[in-house]
Design a protein around this ligand. Structure first.
Ligand SMILES: Nc1ncnc2c1ncn2[C@@H]1O[C@H](COP(=O)(O)OP(=O)(O)O)[C@@H](O)[C@H]1O
Ligand SMILES: [Mg+2]
Length: 217
């Protein structure tokens, strides 16, 4: 692992929460004092538009965002490394296996948002194959969960798929906060969604640097 950590959100299926969780992770990690860069590889530029709104609202110290293409991607990564960026978070597009694979290859960890439905589990097989080919550590993360018991009883994942302990609930705060260029961390009234995002970022850190687990315990 280099000094700069690269975390990629990948999932060939659209609408599973890649962009939402990439933003949330960036904002939660910002609270730890790290310098964060987000690379938006999606032509739709959802993340870049959130960033523009966020910057307009002055919410954005310690985060930078670059909209990139796969041809510029490695140059952008190198520039960010040269600038001493602590963590790079990459948001990838759906249905673009080649772009996604290049991003996976450059990563220390790949996170795969997964919705609780058999359709989503079936569609995730392709993403897992891309990750397995590159032998990069990965974790699935359940998103838009309605009840924990549903996950525990209804869905059995292939044994080679590892999931994070953190499960992200289906919660209006994600929609409200992100629509106004914020994250659930920035909400003025304490948000259960924000607390779960802190847990999420601590779990991610613990995977990358085991000592971090003790510091954040
Ligand atoms: N945990 C959540 N609770 C409620 N809405 C969510 C949650 N995660 C994502 N969403 C919503 O689901 C939709 C798809 O999310 P998005 O992050 O754009 O997915 P992707 O980047 O994988 O296409 C968006 O409308 C987003 O606001
Ligand atoms: Mg997206």
């Amino acid at each position: 692992m280099t000094d700069t950590t690269i975390i990629t959100f990948a999932q060939q299926k659209g609408g599973t929460g890649k962009t939402t969780l990439a933003i949330e992770l960036a904002c939660a990690l910002r609270q730890t004092g790290r310098s964060i860069a987000i690379i938006d590889l999606d032509l739709q530029q959802t993340l870049s538009r959130w960033f523009a709104l966020s910057t307009y609202n002055n919410n954005n110290d310690k985060i930078t965002c670059i909209h990139s293409t796969i041809w510029q991607f490695h140059d952008h990564i190198q520039t960010l490394k040269d600038n001493g960026t602590d963590t790079i978070i990459v948001d990838t597009p759906p249905h673009q296996p080649q772009d996604t694979q290049s991003a996976i290859k450059a990563s220390d960890l790949v996170l795969v948002p997964l919705l609780p439905s058999m359709f989503d589990i079936w569609s995730s097989e392709e993403t897992f194959e891309l990750i397995s080919k590159e032998r990069i550590p990965s974790r699935f993360i359940w998103n838009r969960v309605l009840t924990d018991s549903e996950i525990d009883t209804r869905f059995e994942l292939p044994s080679s798929w590892s999931t994070l302990n953190t499960r992200v609930p289906n919660h209006i705060d994600f929609i409200q906060a992100l629509s106004s260029g914020q994250s659930t961390q920035d909400m003025t009234t304490p948000s259960i969604a924000g607390q779960i995002m802190s847990k999420f970022s601590n779990e991610v850190l613990s995977l990358l640097v085991p000592e971090e687990m003790e510091l954040s315990a």
